[in-house]
Each structure stands twice: as C-alpha cells, then as structure tokens.
Design a protein around this ligand. Structure first.
Ligand code: NAI
Length: 498
C-alpha cells in the first residue's frame, strides 16, 4: 500500500481525539476520510485541514481528479490553443503579417498536447504540495465505505488496508456517459477522456451531444481546422442557457461552418474496414462519414465499488448519492460532495459543497449552496457565462420581468480587440409600481465573459436591485462596461443603451 505524499510526523500530529496510530507510523484514524481527490475531495481536505482537522484522502489515480487531468483544465488549455490560432489567423487585420508566403498559421497539435500536459503537471505538483503542506495524508488506491465509518483501500498492487474517519466524505466524482451503438474504442469513438489525450486532430468529427463539453470541443476543433457536425437530441444546443445566448452561439457556429443537427436521432455507426474513420447513421437512413466521433452526452456518478453493504447510504435510480441540503447522506457522519451527488457537475460547486460539509462537521452555521444561482461558465467561442434565472425561467416562475441586452458591438474594448460577437443580458423583476427591482439573472455571451461574470453573480446572489448595482463604476474602456451599461439601462436611464 503506497501512501503519498506525507511525512510521518505530519501523518500523526493531528490525530483526532481518541484516535490511534496503528503500525508502521501510518495513521489509521482521522477526523475526516475523503474518498476521491478531485475538486470536491481536495477542497474538503484543504478546508478541513485549514480548520485544524486531521484528514486522509483516498485517491485511485491522481489528486486533481477529472477537472485537472481529464476535464476542465486540459479542455481550456486546448481552447486557448484555438484562441491563439484565431488571433494569428486574423493578425492581418491589425497590420501584422507573418511572412512573405501569405499563408495562414499551421498547427502541430502534438506541441499543444505537450503544453497542455505541462500545465496539468504544474498544477498537479502545486496541489500535491499544498496537500502535503497542510498535513493531509493521501492514500493511493480505491476506497470503499464499510459500516462504522471504516474505509477499505485496495491499492493498485492489490494490497488492502483499512482506515477510519470520525466523518467520511464521499467525493468519487463521475465518468462520461455513453450511448448504445457507440461503444468507446478510444481511437475512433471517444469520450472527453480519450479526446484530451490525442496527439493529432481528426480532420472530420461527429460530436454527439451539444451540451457544455460538446460545444467546447466543437468550437476548438472547428477553430483548429476540423470539419465538425454536432448531433443534439434536444431542439437546441446548450440546454439550460438563456435563449438569446443559445441563438448567439448557434449563429457563430453556423458562420464558422459547424453543422449543428438538432432533434437528432442517431442510429449507430459502421467503422470503415480500413480502420480509418466510420460512418454515422442518423434519422432515416442518413449517413455521415467522419474520422472520429466524440460522445459528450453527460456524465454519470462513479459509484461502482464505493459502498459496501450496510453503510446506510442511499443512492437514487441514476446512482447518485442521496443527500440533504447540507450534503449529509442517510448515514450519520457520512457526507457526499461533487459529481457523485445530483447537483450541477461543476468543480466550483464541489468546492462550495466541501465548505458546507466541513462547517457542518465543525458545528458552525452553514448556508446551503443555492444551486439555482451558481455561476456557469462554458468556454466555447464565443464564451458563455451566467448566474440566476433565464428570461424564460423567470417568466415561468411567475415574475413580471424587465430585460435589457447590451450587444458587445457597442463596447469600445470589444471593438479594440476585434471581438464583438455576443451580448450581456440582464433579467430583473418589475415591481408593482413599475420600477425595476431585484436582478434575477445575468447572462453573458462573448469575449472573456467567464472572467466578467463575477459582478453579475454577486448581484444575483446578493439579491441586489438594478438601482443598487447601477451605482458601481466600471473601468473604461473595458468589456465589463457592458454589464454596467445594461444595469444602468434597467434603471430607465442608460448612457448608451435605451
Ligand atoms: P450535458 O448534460 O451538458 O450535455 C449533454 C447533451 O447531450 C445534452 O444536450 C443532451 O440533450 C445531449 N444528448 C444526450 N443523449 C444524446 C443522444 N443520444 N444523441 C444526441 N444528443 C444527446 O453534458 P456534457 O456536455 O457531457 O457535460 C457533462 C457535465 O460536465 C455537465 O454537467 C456540464 O455542465 C459539465 N461541464 C461543465 C463545463 C463548464 O462549466 N465549462 C465544461 C464541461 C462540462
């Protein structure tokens, strides 16, 4: 059984009251045992150790989880490659030319892959050091919760050990879902796991699922020269986003040659006998030949082997661990956070849930996560970021709403950087006296909006009114002025916006 990385003095110095250190200097009892070292798990460990609790993390692969190794971080690194490619392609507009041959930029994707891996490794080393510095013991292996807060760890070498937590936190994360007829072979039919390890980009790709992952992959593949077709089962891509945002992304995709097929009914695929590519069948006999298929139809909780008999932890019919609003499972002293719970599958939601759990364990007052107001960020081009109710959801909830939209075309900074696609849209409540009241939702699509959402998120979660937020000054010229201007317009007197 490998125990990484910790020093014996660190492993034993914070033993819980009544805790024991059984054998070989490796602590066996902790205040908290966390199963899973992804964002939900490592945030639990870091926050709990900051509060002086002794913590063990059981991780079967590498701390950092899907987000760091197979998800958010690598995908965003590749999207940055796409952004650099777009910038270089358009450099002529700024009077900058590359050479005398007049050709566009060429891409060596293996270099991008190497750079992505370096970014991931640097962050992995940083996280490993952080956990070590805070005295968190990391056990390498697969953890199973047994009754009485015991956790069995089976190492990759087959060895087995048991540790105990006064509390146990389940943070085993999720894995990509698949669909019938599209078995993952890792080279032609892939999930995000395999896609993010590619050394060369396929020339033509079918992306199945037009959600967050599908749109990010479609966007970067198209920007880097692949021919892309998105198959989405619903009537529109980006389910859950505001209609104006969806329309903006769909229009941009169309302009860039990404073929989005909505209401798509896929039937299966027939690999080319040469071993190169496959033919996807859809609708009634329609066919599309592609080099690769990326399946991005959602993620399911990783609960296989997580729970032994008799733990008292309940899972629902989709295998998600059932918790109350403070992430408490059906078993006393057992909690669950992150993608293993049926809450938004976002790393930062895992962070927030981790804090709720640790505060609850410490007996401190907690504010449960307000899931309907968490920030969302999708890093396709154009980027999407939002918090709170969409216009349609606000109307459905019975609000009399007032809406303002500020297109980035009128924003000086957007003009300067030459990226004017998109808008800021703010949905607010209309009070009975006709004045604009509380801000219910902020929806952004366009340049760097994932970095601009902060003010909108704060407004929605502070339950601030348009009048209150309109008092805040935005720097000029900046992309964030569009949010300021939209809110100002909601007060009835915009500077540029009616
Ligand atoms: P998703 O749930 O966001 O989207 C999956 C899409 O696939 C849906 O639109 C669904 O209608 C469609 N679909 C399902 N079955 C289909 C079929 N048979 N044929 C065609 N379409 C089908 O899931 P996704 O994109 O895989 O992402 C997984 C999770 O990771 C999500 O919860 C997402 O929010 C999160 N995520 C968040 C990111 C971010 O915040 N930037 C980035 C990537 C993922």
């Amino acid at each position: 059984m490998e125990v990484v990385p910790t020093a014996p003095e660190v492993a034993t110095q914070k033993t819980a009251p009544g805790g024991v250190d059984r054998g070989e200097g490796v602590q066996q009892r902790f205040d908290i045992v966390v199963i899973g070292g992804g964002p939900g798990g490592y945030a639990t460990a870091l926050y709990a150790s900051s509060a002086g609790l002794s913590v063990a993390v059981v991780e079967l692969d590498k701390v950092g989880g899907t987000c760091l190794h197979r998800g958010c971080v690598p995908a965003k690194e590749f999207l940055e490659t796409a952004a650099v490619h777009r910038t270089v392609t358009r450099s002529g507009e700024f009077g900058i030319t590359m050479g005398t041959d007049g050709g566009g930029p060429t891409l060596d994707f293996s270099v991008s892959q190497k750079r992505k891996q370096q970014v991931v490794e640097q962050l992995f080393m940083g996280l490993t050091g952080l956990l070590k510095g805070k005295g968190v013991t990391v056990f390498s292996g697969s953890g199973t919760l047994l009754p009485d807060h015991r956790v069995r760890i089976v190492g990759n070498d087959g060895s087995s050990t048991e540790i105990t937590g006064t509390d146990v936190v389940l943070a085993a994360g999720s894995v990509p879902r698949t669909i019938p007829g599209f078995d993952i072979d890792g080279t032609i039919v892939m999930t995000s796991d395999e896609f993010l390890s590619l050394e060369a980009l396929p020339e033509s790709v079918a992306v199945i699922g037009g959600g967050a992952i599908g749109c990010e992959f479609a966007s970067l593949l198209s920007d880097l020269g692949s021919t892309v077709t998105v198959f989405e089962a619903l009537p529109a891509i980006l389910n859950g986003c505001d209609d104006d945002v969806v329309r903006t992304v769909a229009r941009s995709f169309r302009k860039r040659g990404i073929d989005v097929k909505v209401d798509a009914r896929l039937q299966g695929h027939t690999p080319d006998p040469s071993g190169k590519g496959t033919v996807v069948s859809y609708e009634d006999g329609e066919k599309l030949a592609v080099d690769a298929v990326v399946v991005s139809v959602g993620r399911r909780p990783r609960t296989e082997g997580l729970l032994a008999q008799g733990t008292g932890v309940a899972v629902d019919d989709r295998e998600f661990v059932v918790t109350d609003e403070t992430m408490r499972t059906g078993a006393d002293g057992v909690w669950a956070v992150g993608d293993v719970v049926a809450t938004p599958q976002l790393a930062h939601v895992g962070f927030a849930e981790a804090i709720v759990v640790v505060k609850s364990i410490l007996g401190e007052p907690v504010v449960p996560v307000a899931y309907e107001r968490v920030p969302w960020a999708i890093y396709c081009h154009p980027e999407v970021a939002f918090a709170g109710l969409t216009e349609a959801a606000a109307r459905e909830a019975g609000y009399d709403v007032v809406v303002k939209k500020d297109p980035f075309g009128g924003n000086s900074r957007a003009r300067i950087i030459g990226d004017t696609e998109g808008m800021v849209k703010v949905v607010a409540e209309r009070r009975p006296d006709g004045a604009t009241g509380r801000i219910l939702g902020v929806h952004m699509v366009g340049p760097w909006v994932t970095e601009q959402l902060g003010a909108g998120y704060l407004a929605v979660n502070w339950e601030a009114t348009a009048d209150e937020v309109a008092q805040f000054i935005q720097p000029h010229p900046s992309l964030s002025e569009s949010f300021g201007e939209t809110v100002l317009a909601l007060t009835g007197r915009g500077l540029h916006l009616a």
